[in-house]
Design a protein around this ligand. Structure first.
Ligand code: PEP
Ligand code: MN
Length: 362
């Protein structure tokens, strides 16, 4: 079952949904200052602050806990923008709902665990509070979809996905590798589900935030969640990746919002022509592929008649070596060529195995 509803409840204008606030709620003063500054600037629709923090190692700051909840409610009353918090179990949900919190998110460490997601979904049943679901730590789209579905089955209709990148061992650039193809596939499967990007947890450092945020907008994602702190260097969690509160507005201003569709008819016409060219080239590629498979089948027959094995390692080595060299000379992405020819070779082996089996049963 793959039913996930739309996020049209967000009632978002054309511009991206902007969520900002500190990694963790640390003090009442910090929360009031963040809410006041961000409300004044008018770009932020939702505020964030972690109250219970999932930390990799014990003895790190684990959040101030439920005593932060009244600060968040007070700030919302005073400055008019709701705070959302992370919930990782049913106690968190109960405490959040009791305090009057109106939006929650499920963190990456929780999305990986269907038991935890289910208990959160059970506790939320009967409410209509918006739930934002971060991707799981590992690059597993089904697990992400599964979490969204568990909430949907529990009657939660206001769902948004958050892309925060995926854990990898020894990733040189990002704290969490973006693997953009995964959130893009989520959007392709559920075109009406809004997907917000969290550049802070993808980048892990301030210097990467602009590039990741712009990429998110260029790819047409629906919003950004950016960790913002009055004094990031002193932050009790994630100090390197939080942006200075006072610089938030100029940070957002430097991003370029792209149109989702062409408004200029000349540009649209040119795009249509290029797309027609792509269609023709794709058909040509497939005709070539069809011809290739016909020849593969002939070779299969030949091998079967002469009692020769289907998989010829030496031939495969020389094919891949030649195609990679050709790709390099032609300046074509080697990863693409390698992946494509692997698939083509697998299909050829399947085809020839079928030929041999057919001959055996004749
Ligand atoms: C957070 O948003 O501060 C957080 C802990 O995020 P994630 O679950 O993406 O690691
Ligand atoms: Mn954080």
């Amino acid at each position: 079952m793959e039913t996930i509803p739309t996020s049209s409840w967000l009632n978002r204008k054309a511009s991206p949904l902007i969520i900002a606030g500190p990694c963790s709620a640390e003090s009442e003063e910090q929360i009031m200052r963040v809410a006041e500054t961000l409300a004044e600037r008018g770009r932020v629709q939702l505020l964030r602050a972690g109250v219970w923090k999932p930390r990799t190692r014990p003895n790190s700051f684990e959040g101030v806990g439920r005593k932060a909840l009244p600060w968040l409610i007070k700030a919302e009353k005073e400055y008019g923008i709701p705070f959302m918090i992370e919930v990782a179990n049913e106690e968190h949900v109960k405490a959040a709902l009791d305090a009057g919190i109106k939006h929650v998110w499920i963190g990456a460490r929780t999305t990986v665990n269907p038991f935890s997601v289910q208990s959160i979904a059970d506790e939320l049943q009967g409410t209509d509070i918006p739930v934002f679901v971060k991707n799981p730590l590992n690059p597993d789209l089904q697990l992400w979809i599964g979490a969204l579905e568990r909430l949907h089955v529990a009657g939660i209709r206001k769902l948004v996905a958050i892309h925060r990148g995926f854990s990898t061992y020894q990733e040189p650039t990002y704290r969490n590798s973006p693997n953009w193809e995964i959130p893009i596939e989520l959007k392709t499967k559920f075109p009406n589900l809004e997907v917000v990007v969290d550049p802070s947890h993808i980048g892990g450092k301030r210097s990467l935030l602009k590039e990741i945020s712009q990429k998110a907008l260029d790819l047409g994602f629906d919003g950004l969640m950016i960790e913002t702190h009055p004094n990031p260097d002193e932050a009790l969690s994630d100090p390197k990746q939080q942006i200075f509160l006072d610089k938030f507005e100029s940070f957002i201003d430097q991003l370029e919002e792209k149109q989702h569709h062409f408004e200029d008819s000349v540009a649209l016409n040119q795009l249509e022509q290029l797309r027609r060219l792509i269609d023709e080239l794709d058909h040509g590629l497939m005709e070539g592929l069809k011809r290739r498979l016909e020849i593969v089948e002939q070779i299969g027959n030949y091998k079967a008649e002469h009692g020769v094995i289907v998989f010829q390692l030496e031939r495969w080595r020389s094919i891949i070596e030649d195609r990679m060299k050709f790709a390099e000379d032609q300046n074509i992405d080697p990863e693409l060529v390698h992946g494509l020819w692997n698939e083509i070779h697998k299909a050829s082996i399947r085809l020839q195995t079928d030929v041999v089996n057919r001959k055996l049963s004749d």
